[in-house]
Ligand binder design. Structure first.
Ligand SMILES: [Zn+2]
Length: 274
């Protein structure tokens, strides 16, 4: 009889514990539901840090290879597929900006890579019609690079540091002056935006102080810029991401360590993705 009494006392206690557990676990699960905007902002930060780390890996204190500017190409599945740095000195060619080298060398990898965005041909792995490739660049793209991105149908571009003089190209191309006899906006456009992260703000601020003295490319050889790039490299390697971006983070670090291994890609086809 006493055993029955004991177990009947235990039932409400067990029930209470179950309810308490539900109360603790369920709201936690609801909170863990990722905010898509947060996830995509974090992913932008990871790949922007990757672009900076690619540049930092062959940091130029003097004019050897080119300027300290570079970019990475991310496929629609979120996988880094190609990288490039500015190489205007080593090539003695002023067109050899990071983004030009990125697009031109990537497209020369294979005939399948005719366009970078809105592909209808899904023979290339990860190509989703309507969702193309994103370029992450360390400096706001110039008119040449933005033109190239426009005509190769890059889906989206993200940059770290603003270029107050040579930047804002999409805004300039999109400007409608037809009301007062000027040109219509350029017929093709794509989104380009500055990433929101501490290194972007630090570079913009440091360059504002430098602007009166010299050019943005000279600033990018300065110890101030080098320090910001060094901290970006370190931050990527010690980044603590949400669960949703764990794969992107691991892929970015793996790409940096195993694919970005040359100072200058004289034969870029060797770095073509499989
Ligand atoms: Zn450029």
């Amino acid at each position: 009889v006493s055993a029955i009494k004991e177990s009947s006392k235990r039932v409400p206690v067990t029930l209470l514990l179950c309810l308490l557990a539900l109360f603790l676990v369920v709201p936690d699960r609801l909170q863990a539901e990722p905010d898509p905007a947060m996830v995509s902002a974090e992913r932008d930060e990871i790949y922007a840090l990757l672009a900076m780390a690619v540049v930092y890996k062959d940091w130029q204190r003097t004019k050897q290879r080119g300027h300290n500017i570079g970019s990475v190409l991310i496929d629609p599945a979120g996988k880094p597929v190609f990288w490039a740095r500015n190489a205007r000195y080593i090539t003695r060619n002023g067109t050899q900006h990071g983004e030009v080298r990125l697009i031109r060398n990537y497209l020369s990898c294979s005939d399948d890579r005719e366009f970078l965005g809105e592909q209808t041909d899904v023979s290339y792995p990860g190509a989703i019609p309507g969702h193309g490739y994103t370029i992450y660049s360390t400096l706001e793209p110039c008119v040449m690079c933005t033109g190239m991105m426009t005509l190769t149908r890059v889906w989206r571009a993200v940059y770290v540091q603003a270029d107050p003089e040579y930047g804002r190209v999409p805004q300039r191309l999109g400007h409608d002056a037809s009301d007062h006899g000027g040109p219509d906006p350029y017929p093709q456009q794509f989104p380009m935006e500055q990433v929101v992260m501490e290194e972007a703000a630090q570079l913009d601020e440091a360059y504002q102080a430098w602007l009166q003295e010299d050019s943005i490319t000279a600033f990018l050889r300065s110890p101030q810029a080098e320090e910001i790039y060094a901290s970006a490299d370190k931050r990527l390697r010690t980044y603590s991401s949400s669960m949703e971006n764990a794969g992107s983070l691991a892929a970015a670090i793996r790409f940096l360590d195993s694919v970005v291994d040359a100072k200058f890609l004289a034969t870029p086809s060797e770095d073509c993705p499989d």
